[in-house]
Design a protein around this ligand. Sequence first.
Ligand code: CTP
Ligand SMILES: C[C@](O)(CO)[C@H](O)COP(=O)(O)O
Length: 250
Amino acid sequence: MSDESRPTPAQSPVAAVIPAAGRGVRLGPGAPKALRALNGTPMLIHAVRALAASRHVSLVVVVAPPEGTAEVKSLLDAHALPERTDFLVVSGGESRQESVRLGLDALPPEYGVVLVHDAARPLVPVDTVDGVIEAVRDGAPAVVPALPLADTVKEVEPAAVAGDPEPVVATPRRDRLRAVQTPQGFDRATLVRAHEEVTDDVTDDASMVERLGLTVVAVPGHEEAFKVTRPLDLVLAEAVLARRRLNDGF
Ligand SMILES: Nc1ccn([C@@H]2O[C@H](COP(=O)(O)OP(=O)(O)OP(=O)(O)O)[C@@H](O)[C@H]2O)c(=O)n1
Ligand SMILES: C[C@](O)(CO)[C@H](O)COP(=O)(O)O
């Protein structure tokens, strides 16, 4: 599809790329993090359902651990997922950045809006997903869901040996800081260009767009969109699911 015939973000269908190829080292020994269970269901399935809950999302591309693509395909077949959504599974890379790029490479041409969502954020509410999509469709090249911080943040001179005291070098104003979550939403052409041109190590996709000199906008995130990173996060995720079951009355 030529650039001229590609739909603008305002009209375009939305695809979600879910990088799920990480090991989960900080979570401790076990299966790759995305395949570990939350309340008996793999974290990845929760994440896929969370994105597919948006009626705007018509394709979900799961980027699986290279040795786990067959398992991910059978998991997607075995769990009830919305019929209006298509699914693709591709094999992941060495870093999150590489896994996202492999997911982007698999996107059919008609998708002009792309969400990138960590499998490790399985509980993001649909209103957060839709808020990100709306801001991209309104014309922002890149959108991040974000929350104000509760802690004060210090910049330090990192110690050579973990655990040694670290001199504090600065305290940024907290009211100007945000903790950034996923899904991050993009005009597809912008995200593809960022992945082609930016080679620095980054920790999220939006910062690659910042490096192109474009403006990234933040919209409200949600506490339940937290990232399952360490063992205590699993306890919190199960508590959130239990609260949702109570609120849903079953
Ligand atoms: N090579 C990689 C590394 C990470 N990810 C994905 O990127 C998301 C965010 O990464 P993170 O939470 O850091 O997951 P892990 O890399 O698995 O965690 P850790 O750093 O503790 O090993 C996760 O959904 C993870 O599966 C990926 O697709 N490919
Ligand atoms: C993309 C991200 O979730 C935004 O907060 C985060 O940067 C991912 O970091 P990780 O170390 O790969 O989990």
